[in-house]
Design a protein around this ligand. Structure first.
Ligand code: GLU
Length: 577
């Protein structure tokens, strides 16, 4: 019961520390969980005005673009999963940023050598064609009930009236001082004399309010064609650098923007211990990797084991799934990914045989999923070096009184993306193209029109045909482990969704060490020491993910769940207590 004591301590600290934000709320009708109180309130405002979950999700997302501009916004892209209660159907909208037409496999190389990742990020070269506005448009016109102009109102209000800079905003802003300092437009919006905006500063973004107004008026064309499109292309191809600063430039065209399409894709369907799971398909690797790891875990009776052994198996299953994800998964429109094999329960059984119940395996090689889809095997390539996939982004989730659900993860990639604010427009451009491998041969090399592999994993779980829970997180490739661990905590280890989400996170992505959080003081804890006896070792990072979820309870209520501590704590609200 030790973990329960720790979790209630975390929840209590959060309740005291939070700025009147609630990380957990239970009630009836609609519900929302996001990392920003203003965004959760925006969703509620739209639900209260008669909008559905899709309308509310776009309103929350647009508000997050104001309050969490370093994680997400109209300069980026994402993956939205929608459950339509009327149709009893799960839909996914892929609006991932796309490589402009000038891209080629060597675009991130110079004289035959890879450019350093850190040098590639704060440039015009790293910017992909933004997908967010096209994605919102698909969601609203196909599944929403309101117009752009209506759902953008709360975001416009927050951008116009402003808000006080909170410690978490300041923390991320500070991390970005050097990157933002390269660009005039970004320095004048987010820095004061070269330093991050101090806590308590009233931050207003009237340029972004105007951008939202233009989208409200002109719709999707208002963003992808005309003056706004021209200002994006200009910022990418001639970045607004300060005197004396030079950066790599892009060669995006107006046609790249005009031609951008969001794609409706079949979700990844799998099952885990009686739950039916829906995950994000390619170009995200999230749905496949989570399904494979859980399929591997199904070969063990975790409930009957000591908690430490169950966690050991979670880490090992994750390691094996990541070996496969790293080797095989990329944009399925360009690459023949062995999806059926990777999702096969028989393949998972074979992978599970490689797990030692008592000892950590160390780095794993990819398996051979081809025979499990009646395909010829391909020669195994050497495991690629782990690519830099740092941790940012945001996830939100909403449900409405009809029972529609949205689980939505969207991003501009790195904290602060490329660091380029489009002059006069108030939003940062993504650096999503650095999610490609910089050299091949590899399925995830850059190509014109291709979408880089993602880890974003909005996930829905059903039981007996009814919604059971939703979950998703930011965090680069740790998104996959956060979603997986939260599911294991909830389904196997008997934690409530709130406890499952608050628990210390461990992220094993086929590296030498498992990443854990200094925020929750994991290293040195009895839980860590018990796992060390299995051979696990740790590398520390400040925090992993900032998840949000919904739990549909047997008594007909819904519980919205956000973070008690991470990312400054999130905000869960229900329509009726
Ligand atoms: N670029 C990441 C992905 O698509 C998201 C950014 C992050 O979470 O760091 O998986």
């Amino acid at each position: 019961m030790q973990h329960r004591a720790l979790l209630s301590a975390i929840l209590m600290t959060a309740a005291l520390a939070a700025w009147a934000k609630q990380p957990v709320a239970t009630g009836h009708g609609g519900a929302v969980a996001t990392i920003s109180d203003q965004a959760s309130r925006a969703a509620m405002e739209i639900l209260d005005a008669g909008g559905n979950a899709v309308d509310a999700a776009v309103a929350a997302a647009a508000t997050l673009g104001v309050t969490d501009p370093f994680s997400c916004g109209v300069g980026g892209g994402g993956f939205m999963m929608i459950y339509s209660a009327k149709d009893k159907r799960v839909i996914t909208i892929d609006h991932r940023e796309t490589a402009p037409a000038y891209f080629s496999p060597t675009v991130f190389q110079k004289n035959g050598k890879e450019i350093e990742w850190d040098d590639a990020v704060p440039t015009g070269l790293s910017v992909g064609v933004p997908g967010t506005v096209r994605g919102w448009n698909e969601a609203l016109t196909r599944y929403g009930t309101m117009s752009f102009a209506q759902v953008l109102k709360p975001g416009i209000r927050v951008a116009e009236q402003g808000f006080k800079v909170e410690p978490n905003f300041n923390r991320i802003n500070t991390l970005n001082e050097a990157k933002f300092g390269r660009f005039e437009s970004t320095s004048s919006l987010y820095l004061k004399e070269g330093k991050a905006l101090p806590v308590g500063t009233l931050f207003r973004n009237p340029d972004l309010a105007n951008t939202y107004r233009e989208i409200g008026k002109g719709g999707v064309k208002g963003f992808y064609e005309g003056a706004l499109a021209q200002s994006i292309v200009k910022a990418v191809n001639t970045p607004p650098t300060k005197a004396g600063v030079t950066v790599l430039t892009g060669q995006m065209t107006l046609n790249d923007l005009k031609d951008y399409e969001a794609r409706l894709r079949q979700p990844i369907r799998s099952s885990y211990r009686g739950y039916e799971l829906y995950g994000m398909p390619m170009p995200s690797s999230g749905g496949i990797a989570i399904a494979e790891a859980l399929n591997i875990l199904e070969n063990f009776d975790l409930k009957s084991m000591p908690r430490t052994q169950a966690e050991h198996l979670y880490l090992e299953a994750s390691r094996l799934a990541f070996a496969d994800r790293n080797a095989y998964v990329a944009d399925g429109e360009y690459i023949d990914v062995p999806r059926v094999g990777l999702l096969s329960k028989e393949y998972a059984r074979e992978r599970a045989r490689q797990i030692d119940l008592k000892t950590a395996h160390g780095k794993a090689t990819q398996g051979d999923p081809y025979p499990f889809q009646n395909d010829l095997s391909v020669p195994l390539r050497p495991q690629p070096a782990l690519a830099a996939e740092p941790a940012h982004t945001t996830h939100l989730t909403v449900t409405d009184r009809e029972g529609n659900i949205v689980a939505y993860t969207f991003t501009i990639e790195d904290w602060g993306g490329s660091g380029i604010v489009v002059p006069g427009r108030g939003f940062l451009l993504n650096n999503e193209m650095t999610d490609f491998e910089f050299s091949g041969p590899h399925p995830n090399v850059p190509e014109a029109g291709k979408r880089p592999r993602s880890s974003m994993s909005p996930t829905l779980a059903f039981k007996n045909g009814k919604p059971a829970f939703s979950i998703g997180s930011p965090g680069g490739s740790t998104i996959i482990t956060t979603v997986m661990q939260t599911i294991v905590n909830h389904v196997d280890l008997g934690m409530s969704l709130g406890e499952a989400l608050a628990a210390p996170r461990m992220s094993q992505r086929n590296g030498d060490k498992t990443e854990v959080e200094s925020l929750l003081k994991f290293v040195g804890s009895p839980q860590a020491q018990a796992l060390e006896a299995y051979g696990h070792t740790w590398s520390e990072t400040d925090e992993i993910g900032a998840a949000n979820g919904l739990r549909f309870n047997d008594d007909g209520t819904v519980t919205a769940v956000s973070e008690p501590l991470r990312h400054g704590g999130g905000s869960a609200i229900v329509q009726k207590q």
